[in-house]
Write a protein that binds this ligand. Structure first.
Ligand code: UDP
Ligand code: MG
Length: 308
């Protein structure tokens, strides 16, 4: 019998987790063997205790507990790395990724697809803010990035063993799985689903986390922003030169040349702002190199029944 690993990252999900587990059980086709890995991403409520209780009561449930909060992407990576199934499915623990879709994912896998990606069709209940920021996120990353991401593609997918093994080689620090998995290639297919509302608890993705995900999504996959600074710098230089010629012309051929502080102030401010922007772009990459250079692990496991 083929073995399927189910990977669930949990960060302060004590309310949603029991509901999630009950729901999940209902949707697992009987024709497979399962290994359910609940990853505790440094929760500070009693999520770990709940996970352990579920694991003790069910032999197919295992747990990984990270030493602190490493973030959604790294929690997923920990699950993928330790999964022993012939394929792995990851989904959120708040029931926003409907477990009812699991049989469909498995069906595609049986048809020979090696990564089955899901795409969210927005539900009325998802807030306008979340919808807009998510749209903006994809616009931004696609404009500046070398890999094209589809709007609404979330961290709910099935990966074949071959993809999981390839993924093990990735130890980049601010890993952005959506893009990495697309970059990896293999036989991919996308299926659509209706997003539901979170069953309990609150969203752990703050605006700050989303922004940081977008920035790392861009800077991990592209050097376009660096090139952008060259183009912008060049354009400004040409404009400045033309303006300089004009100023010179006014000075030489007319007597209107008033020592104007307005133009000086404006150009100084403008160039100053531009300098800061470009420095910021370079700094983003420099920072990335600084972090990657240390070659620190993506996560630290404090405790797990998968590691003897
Ligand atoms: N999550 C995590 N670590 C974090 C933030 C979130 O493991 O630092 C988990 C969380 O428990 C949930 C999933 O990642 O299972 C998605 O998070 P959330 O539902 O808060 O994000 P949203 O659906 O609002 O984008
Ligand atoms: Mg959610």
């Amino acid at each position: 019998m083929k073995k399927v690993s189910i990977i669930v990252p949990c960060y302060n999900e004590s309310q949603a987790l029991p509901l999630f587990y009950e729901e999940l059980k209902k949707h697992l086709p009987r024709s497979y063997e399962y290994e359910i890995i609940l990853v505790n991403d440094g929760s500070n409520d009693d999520t770990l205790q709940i996970i352990k209780d579920i694991a003790t009561a069910n032999s197919s449930v295992h747990f990984i507990s990270l030493s602190r909060n490493f973030g959604h992407q790294n929690a997923l990576k920990a699950g993928f790395d330790l999964a022993t199934g012939d394929c792995a499915i990851c989904l959120d623990s708040d029931l926003q990724h409907p477990p009812g879709l699991i049989p469909d994912l498995l069906e595609k896998w049986e048809q020979g697809y090696e990564s089955v990606i899901t795409k969210r069709i927005d539900h009325e209940s998802i807030s306008f803010f979340k919808k807009t920021t998510s749209k903006l996120f994809y616009r931004l990353t696609n404009r500046f990035s070398e890999v094209k991401l589809e709007d609404g593609v979330a961290d709910f997918r099935l990966l074949d063993r071959i993809v999981l093994d390839a993924l093990k080689n990735f130890s980049e620090n601010q890993i952005f799985l959506r893009a990495v998995i697309q970059w990896l290639g293999f036989k991919q297919i996308t299926i659509e689903y209706q997003a539901a509302e979170r069953v309990a608890g609150t969203s752990k993705y703050t605006l700050r986390k989303m922004l940081s995900l977008a920035l790392s999504g861009i800077s991990a996959f592209s050097i376009k922003p660096l090139r952008f600074s060259i183009y912008l710098g060049l354009t400004i230089a040409v404009l400045a030169f033309l303006y300089g010629m004009y100023a010179l012309g006014v000075n030489i051929f007319t007597d209107r040349a008033i020592p104007g502080w307005t133009s000086i102030l404006m150009s100084v401010l403008f160039i100053g702002g531009l300098n800061l922007l470009m420095l910021g772009i370079i700094g983003e990459y420099l920072g990335k190199m600084f972090i990657e250079n240390k070659k620190r692990p993506n996560y630290i496991i404090a405790e797990s029944d998968l590691i003897k």
